[in-house]
Design a protein around this ligand. Sequence first.
Ligand SMILES: Cc1cc2nc3c(=O)[nH]c(=O)nc-3n(C[C@H](O)[C@H](O)[C@H](O)COP(=O)(O)OP(=O)(O)OC[C@H]3O[C@@H](n4cnc5c(N)ncnc54)[C@H](O)[C@@H]3O)c2cc1C
Length: 574
Amino acid sequence: MRFYCTPERIRMLGMTNLNREQTLDALRGDRPPDVLVVGGGVTGVGIALDLAARGLRPLVIDRGDWAGATSSSSSRLIHGGLRYLEHFEFSLVRDSCLERALLLQNAAGFVWPEEFHFPVMRGDRVGKAKIMAGLWLYTALATPRALGLPSLRSRTDLEQRIPGIDSARLRGGGSYIDAATDDARLALAVLHTAKREGALALSRVSAVSIEDTQRGPVTLLRDEETGDEFELQTKAVVLAGGPSTDALLSITKFAAGKGPAPNEPWTAPTRGSHIVLPRTRLPTDGAVIFTSAVDGRVMFLIPWPNHTIVGTTDIDDEQANPKAGSKRQRPRATVDEVRYLLESANALVPAARLTDADVISTWAGFRPLLAAPPGKGPSERSREERIERAGNLFTIAGGKLTGYRSAAEKLGHLLTSTMGIGRAGKASPTRNLRLVGALAGPIPRPAWSRLMPGENPVQSLDPLAIAWDSRYAARSAEVRAFCASRPGGTDAIDARTLWGELDWAACNEGARGLLDFLFRRSDVGLGDEGKVRKLIPPLAARMALQLGWTAEQTALQIARATEELDSRHAWRNE
Ligand SMILES: Cc1cc2nc3c(=O)[nH]c(=O)nc-3n(C[C@H](O)[C@H](O)[C@H](O)COP(=O)(O)OP(=O)(O)OC[C@H]3O[C@@H](n4cnc5c(N)ncnc54)[C@H](O)[C@@H]3O)c2cc1C
């Protein structure tokens, strides 16, 4: 059997990332980490990057894959949050617009500008004048880095941009520019940058217990691949568990007199689900933000090169908030959510006549919302983050994908300034730090999201090139050369993915399981269910070669991937 991802081979290929064994060794070496960051979603990897850029040596861990939880289940929008204006959250919108501008600059390719249309329909609770006022306010809050002025759209304009829209109810609307991303790929780019800046990183490692002692925090860690447990002493620990924040707090022993009040949860997660449709069934020119005719909630149609994504829901139920003692289920879309999203999309675009059969896949995530005072509905809870220090432990929760950098900056400033370690400036070096693999400077709105005549209809574009533009951005040529060097590496898994990318993900992007590749390094898993099921065994066999899995481990990976696919399609059997 031949293993492609040996340390020698990684060194030969000039890859600077330490592999898992080398990172574990480094924990016991002469430069151990000074801060442990628990949680490898976008918040945790963002904090690792901030701290590393301030001269510290953080170790970021995740019990699963990087961005394996909420950070790969979002609506993938990098936005100020137009709808937060309704709740007068002006500072959140202003800060998010600034972050959007920084990401378009520093993460170009992984983040791209997108045009959004807001159609106003007869009977909508918000009229045309209010929409336009909102769009102008939104643009004004983004100054001096506005992406362009909003435009008033006639009915005809919108009929062209949203083919099949309910013309009888359409009264016109407005358009504005925001941004979009592939959330998991963005988090991965942040992680790679953190590692380049000196951070250590280990996925499949859990924090089992954390205790703030007089010598500093001591954390019991478990290697989820081997079952080995070991203690790590650091100067500080950051809890960045997203929707699992309260679970993390429950395994944490604070120094006497410190720590959060018992029975006062930090978070009250809600579940949000999306459905994935073929783009040919609901093509739009750019994204659409609209109010659902079912219940008046704001939702989105988001273009993806070969898909249209409809989302999202906001459900506060047992799945999102399990009762004490019950084991939290993995989030998944229910049949009610799927039907609600279909009904809302059909009411906007009746000509599409969408049915269950059009749903290719689904995804769902828990929003790590801060607990709200009693009486407030789930959609009204603040999207801002909460950051606190208790002894040598720092906790962060809430926030949004868009604001991960500024949240990390606030935490980094608090940690360095109050502990007297690292560079403590209020403004983090990350403001001007281009992410590994990002293109130089902002890119234009991608051609694939356009439908308008003369603007590159999507059919004439190469699906692989489109996928790689956002997946690898500036590293595309390097990945192409890598694929060409692998046996069968340039053969296609699907129109958007090559077999060599699986090897690349295992060797160079920290993919340790098949799901990591199917849903976070690529979007192979979002394809036609039958085809994905057939691909699972050969993909697992190839990954086994890269990572040296035994037959038993390979079978386990196949079972996990099958289970995940079952879960994403389970709504059909409800
Ligand atoms: C449906 C939905 C749509 C959204 N849309 C948008 C959007 O369009 N734009 C936007 O800006 N934001 C959006 N968000 C919000 C955004 O996705 C989240 O704010 C962000 O991803 C949260 O990241 P996080 O790192 O805090 O949490 P997570 O990504 O959940 O990461 C927490 C990590 O902690 C790890 N962990 C927990 N306990 C332990 C332990 N004991 N040991 C080790 N690791 C542990 C978990 O495995 C997990 O990976 C959306 C969220 C949802 C759910």
